[in-house]
Design a protein around this ligand. Structure first.
Ligand code: LLP
Length: 385
């Protein structure tokens, strides 16, 4: 969306802060990811953790994507939005019994299992229901994602996944269990990955792992590459749809796919980030001794990424055309980490101006909290506003 295309007159009827979603961009992004994935017959499970807003999930369901869930709540939200259970995968290091039962009752496509201990519990719970759970082993491939430390997961000694050195033992255990069936292997090396060489390395490592498994007589039907494709937070208007073509091509070029094998992906951020903006109003402009502060009515309760990961979100004053000035853009929360950006150039700001914090569709609304007894943000959509 180009600056200036936000419907400010309509925003004036609403209470800020709120999330605003560009539905046309979301649909276009979904069409592109589907078209590019279909070229190789790749299967896409949207990572619900990025944004579980019911309307967003319903649009994703209409575009025929599956879901990657990490909780019973996400499984339920996906089903409620119309995503069929046969397209749901369930990952996470700490699946509670009721969550596993929910997955079993709905005959979900696959449990992505992260430890030997979990495997045993899924087996027991499936046995109690007289079912056989389809599972994929989440393997820690020891591939560096070159991303922020808090969102990298594929290296050794991480809480996620099964270490390569322990894989054979876990498979020995698995083969003894009667109520789980190994159908696949699963990886996820991290998030906001912009260097495609990490995915190249993952494809190469996958080939090696598959050869080892085949040497044990195991045929793997499904390979799941997780998510992780990054987006351009600095230029949300320029190429707002990530280069899914290059991403899939990199994997396709290097991965040795076996006959009848299916390849799966779990993108989250790359699908929903660019379609969402957090809309906030300036409450006060505080003129300090050395700097000016634009104090907003949104804080890290609505968008925690800057405080939590030092993440950059582009901030635009969509009310003003006046000459830019430099501000620290901060929220109202009683914590000094409640800062959206320091030394940010904004068109001269006044009380009441509307600001858009861009690229906030992923890990924005879903990570909102009620700290300081604040209300959770509302959401509005370009096609229904
Ligand atoms: N699959 C698995 C197993 C995951 O753990 C994740 C994200 C994804 C898929 C989706 O990854 P994506 O395509 O969105 O990169 N809150 C952080 C991001 C945490 C990502 C956690 N796992 C942030 O705001 O940057």
């Amino acid at each position: 969306m180009l600056k200036g295309t936000f419907p400010i007159e309509k925003f004036k009827l609403l209470q800020t802060p709120f999330y605003y979603y560009d539905v046309a961009l979301l649909k276009e992004t979904l069409n592109v990811v589907k078209t590019e994935a279909d070229k190789y017959n790749y299967h896409i499970h949207y990572a619900v953790k990025a944004n579980a807003n019911h309307r967003i999930l319903s649009i994703i369901a209409e575009h025929d994507l599956g879901a990657d869930c990490v909780s019973g709540g996400e499984i339920q939200a996906s089903l409620d939005a119309g995503i069929p259970s046969c397209k749901i995968v369930f990952a996470g290091v700490g699946k509670a019994d009721w969550e596993i039962r929910l997955g079993l009752d709905n005959d979900i496509f696959c449990f992505n299992v992260e430890s030997a201990a979990e495997l045993k519990i899924i087996n027991d719970l499936a046995a109690a229901k007289g079912k056989i759970a389809s599972i994929a082993l989440r393997i820690n491939p020891e591939v560096d994602a070159h991303t922020h430390a808090k969102i990298t997961t594929g290296m050794k000694e991480n809480k996620f996944g099964i270490n390569l050195g322990q894989l054979n033992c876990v498979i020995d255990d698995l083969l003894q269990l009667k109520h789980v069936k190994l159908i696949g292997i699963h990886f996820h090396i991290g998030s906001q990955i912009t260097d495609l060489s990490s995915f190249q390395n993952l494809a190469i490592r996958t080939n090696e792992i598959q050869e080892d498994l085949e040497a044990r007589g195991l045929q793997i039907q499904h390979v799941n590459f997780g998510g992780g494709l990054g987006i351009d937070y600095y230029h949300p208007n320029h190429l707002p749809i990530p280069a899914f073509d290059n991403y899939f091509a990199v994997i396709h070029k290097l991965l040795k796919v076996r006959p009848r094998q299916q390849i799966h992906f779990e993108p989250g951020r790359s699908i929903v980030a660019q379609c969402g903006s957090l809309i906030s109003q300036v409450l006060y402009v505080k003129e300090g001794e050395t700097k000016n502060f634009a104090i907003l009515d949104a804080g890290f309760t609505e968008l925690i990424r800057p405080a939590m990961y030092d993440a950059y979100h582009r901030i635009e004053n969509i009310s003003s055309d006046e000459k830019p000035e430099i501000y620290d853009v901060v929220g109202p929360i009683c914590e000094s980490s409640d800062v959206f950006g320091k030394d940010i150039e904004l068109n001269k700001a006044h009380r009441g101006d509307y600001l858009a914090l861009r690229s906030a569709g992923a890990y924005g609304e879903i990570m909102a909290s009620q700290y300081n007894c604040r209300k959770l943000p509302s959401s509005y959509f370009s096609d229904t506003l």
